[in-house]
Design a protein around this ligand. Structure first.
Ligand code: GAL
Length: 352
């Protein structure tokens, strides 16, 4: 197990960006940058032992500074959409930027994926960790309170990438942190993910309006193209004539996990039959945005100059239902002053 660093590039305002490369004994390698606390590369051995980079990304800081796809991004304070780009908390109205039609998306336009982080590394027997932390000041992105936020990425000896989020605030605020990595288990430069198989432990998904804001209805997937309770190629039903798929242009929905308990448990599995790379997802979050990369427009070059096509990667952004601040749900994104946001998601790799 080891961690080493190298110079990644310079931001447009002249700050040096460093990359942190974690490796384990099985040939797995995970690279992160302190700009955006982004996951840049994730090499996993395939069934023949060939190291395969299974996440989409860029080779340059400029790529990350201009991203509208959020490759590898650490997303916050609030992942996904807030309807109308506004909310009220403790009787006060807060206005956010309307950067996605009338709505706010990923707390943009200047979200956590565009900030510089303090970095610290830890090596313990069997695992290495990179910790990124930062103070997000009161009213940054329009949210109240000074938020101390930390994300740690740990590479384990058994090919797990463990992501842990911690946040505390000196006022009540909104927090819904996630990671926006696009996985392509045949390799980031292999084309689209439509043949890759996915299984989600979710019998309900969130119905949305045309702006992708949940209506509050959690609909059963049974008998619909949204049913991933058994392994199914992502592409099998993606073009089905079904209103939720038409509104989103493919899969781009919150799936609510069937969980018997609150802790970290297995919620999703995915497989590339081409490489044999098999990914399990564990989390303590109530659901995930399953996004099939429908908005990748096939014009921008990513790593190695490869131009990613529409649906060139899929995301499993573990989180709360989007716009929970406006919904009457059991868990919402309000983080109370004095409480700690503490959450874990694990992406674990083996071969079949
Ligand atoms: C996803 C979101 C998509 C799209 C994407 C970024 O989280 O659900 O609709 O906005 O981020 O391109």
């Amino acid at each position: 197990m080891s961690v080493h660093t190298k110079k990644f590039g310079i931001t447009k305002d002249g700050r040096e960006v460093t990359s942190y490369i974690l490796t384990n004994e099985n040939g797995m390698e995970a690279e992160f940058i302190d700009y955006g606390a982004c996951l840049v590369k994730l090499y996993v051995p395939d069934r023949n032992g060939k190291k395969t980079d299974v996440v989409l990304g860029y080779d340059t800081v400029e790529g990350y500074e201009n991203t509208d796809t959020y490759y590898g991004a650490f997303v916050g304070r609030n992942g996904n959409r807030i309807g109308g780009g506004a909310f009220s908390l403790n009787g006060k109205e807060y206005k956010l930027s309307q950067n996605d039609g009338d709505n706010n998306l990923h707390s943009g336009p200047e979200g956590f994926e565009r900030k510089m982080y303090e970095a610290e590394t830890f090596e313990e027997e069997g695992e290495t960790t990179i910790e990124f932390s930062r103070l997000s000041p009161d009213m940054e992105q329009g949210f109240p309170g000074n938020l101390d936020v930390t994300v740690t990425y740990t590479l384990t000896g058994d090919n797990g990438l463990v992501i842990e989020y911690f946040a505390v605030c000196d006022q009540d605020t909104l927090v819904n942190l996630t990671n926006h990595s696009y996985f392509n288990l045949s390799g980031h430069d292999s084309g689209n993910i439509l043949e890759q198989k996915l299984k989600l432990k979710a019998s309900r998904f969130a119905v949305t309006n045309q702006g992708l804001i949940p209506t509050g209805e959690l609909r059963f997937v049974e008998g619909t193209p949204m049913d991933f309770r058994d392994f199914k190629p992502i592409g099998r039903d993606i073009e089905a004539d079904y209103e939720p798929l038409r509104f989103a242009g493919g899969y781009d929905h919150h799936f609510e996990f069937d969980k018997e308990e609150d802790g970290v448990c297995l919620v999703a599995e995915a497989l590339s039959e081409e490489t044999g790379i098999f990914m399990e997802v564990y989390t303590d979050r109530p659901g995930t945005q399953f996004y099939a990369g429908n908005f990748i427009d096939g014009t921008k070059a990513g790593k190695g100059g490869f131009v990613y096509e529409k649906r060139g990667g899929f995301c499993l952004e573990t989180q709360l239902i989007p716009d929970s601040v406006h919904l009457d749900c059991e868990k919402n994104c309000v983080l109370k002053h004095g409480e700690e946001f503490d959450s874990t998601t694990v992406y674990k790799f083996t071969v079949k």
